[in-house]
Design a protein around this ligand. Structure first.
Ligand SMILES: Cc1ncc(COP(=O)(O)O)c(C=O)c1O
Length: 435
């Protein structure tokens, strides 16, 4: 296969490894599951990334989701510059926080109040604390293959990163913490009922309604509806983790697709427009337990940071202004995945595909993927070869079979056609020369 000139990235990676663990600040970036050296990125423009060797890539990662308008969007950039010229951080309230809170609440059904934090991890960790306090029960249920950030009690059977590294859970998480986390099977309501029966008291069930961390695996509508019913029946707080799917799957996240409400909802990624932002929200009754109104403590030096708020606000404003946005993004995602499927059929390579709004996934797998166990049966060696081949041809897909891809507004039909031509060349080579 052709090989890019990536000498600068190789040197940069070696230098980074001397001072940063594994050379990266988030494990999946190290390319361990696909091999090779991660390109070190010099800049991004629209749909493209440029690395330190000057190679240009069509970027289907978009910073793992946040950049729905691509890199260096003019309006987001201007909003950020205007804000940062007045100061980077105050640790005091600003009207930007209220404006972003109003924007999220107006676009997402069923949230009265919100709190901003600086990451998705903080959002889910805080939502769990709040749910436990509200119900007075300590156990939580999560699903195999769903990832909710790296807080201790949620780092059990947690999808992409851990699947990539082959660990069911992380060392360093005390058994006493993980014993309160029961793990159910995605899209399997009986397994949830079994967990509830086993537990002495379940306070919260947390789920990615459109799972993006075992590859893209959406919940079946009946499953989510039954889960909602079960939570209502047992007074369990249902936490919809929309850190990835919020404002990505539709302008109102999974709610726009399923019409099912959580008691608490967590956000991140798009609501920060590329800056570090997370949030959790819910009914007034639950949210009012949070300090300073209630006793549940949660805080952050940089929470509600003005620069981050203005990036998020500009993104949501642009989404509101463009009612046809998700239609366009979904059309491009379907063109890509259906095109890949057709090419794979030609070369007799089994492929499963899935699209929800601007999110897409593909598994080199014979069968439909409904849960983590199914996802793990995918051909990860094939994925690695495909990934490497596409990278060499200037296409930057997420570097693991168990991640989701993202379309941004700077992409168009011609760009997808060009990606499909390159995919055809790569898959032809793979099917001709095999391993
Ligand atoms: C569904 C979901 N929840 C939580 C998180 C954690 O967010 P962060 O990486 O911002 O801490 C992620 C990150 O990818 C996610 O996809």
């Amino acid at each position: 296969m052709e090989q890019l000139n990536n000498l600068n990235s190789i040197n940069d990676f070696n230098e980074a490894k001397q001072v940063i663990v594994g050379g990266v600040n988030s494990p999946v970036r190290a390319f361990k599951s696909v091999g090779g050296t991660p390109p070190f990125i010099r800049e991004g423009r629209g749909a493209y990334l440029v690395d330190e060797d000057g190679n240009r890539y069509i970027d289907f990662v978009q910073s793992w989701g946040p950049l729905i308008f691509g890199h260096c969007d003019k309006e987001i950039e201007e909003s950020v510059i205007q804000t940062l010229q007045k100061g980077l951080s105050f640790g005091a309230p600003t009207t930007l926080e209220t404006a972003l809170a109003k924007a999220v609440i107006s676009m997402y059904e069923g949230i009265d109040k919100i709190r901003f934090v600086s990451s998705g991890t903080e959002a889910t960790m805080s939502a769990i604390r709040l749910a436990r306090a509200y119900t007075g029960r300590e156990d939580i249920i999560k699903f195999e293959g769903c990832y909710h950030g790296h807080s201790d009690s949620l780092l059990v059977q947690a999808g992409s990163g851990l699947a990539t590294f082959g660990n069911p859970s992380s060392p360093g998480v005390p058994k006493d913490f993980s014993k309160h986390t029961l793990v159910a099977r995605y899209n399997d309501i009986q397994s949830v009922k079994d967990c509830i029966q086993k537990s002495t008291g379940v306070g919260a069930i947390i789920i990615e309604p459109i799972a993006g961390n075992m590859g893209l695996v959406p919940a079946k509508k009946e499953f989510l509806a039954e889960l909602r019913e079960l939570c209502t029946k047992h007074n369990i707080v249902l936490i919809l983790d929309e850190v990835m799917s919020g404002f990505r799957a539709s302008s109102s996240g999974s709610y726009g697709i399923y019409g099912i409400k959580g008691d608490l909802v967590t956000f991140g990624k798009v609501i920060g427009g590329g800056m570090p932002v997370g949030a959790f929200g819910g009914s007034e009754e639950i949210m009012n337990l949070l300090s300073p109104n209630g006793a549940v403590y949660q805080a952050g030096t940089l929470s509600g940071n003005p620069v981050a708020m203005s990036a998020g606000l500009a993104s949501l404003y642009k989404i509101k202004q463009n009612p046809k946005l998700y239609e366009k993004l979904e059309r491009l995602a379907l063109k890509l995945t259906e095109g890949l499927k057709k090419i794979c059929e030609e070369f007799k390579i089994p492929l499963q595909t899935c699209v929800r709004g601007s999110m897409f996934g593909f598994f080199f797998n014979e069968n439909e993927v409904k849960n983590f166990e199914d996802a793990l049966k995918s051909d990860t060696k094939m994925f690695a070869r495909f990934h490497q081949g596409m990278l060499n041809k200037g296409v930057y897909f997420a570097c693991s079979q168990f991640e989701t891809g993202f379309i941004c507004d700077c992409m168009d039909e011609a760009m997808i056609d060009s990606v499909l031509e390159r995919a055809c060349e790569v898959l032809r080579e793979i099917s001709t020369y095999g391993e």
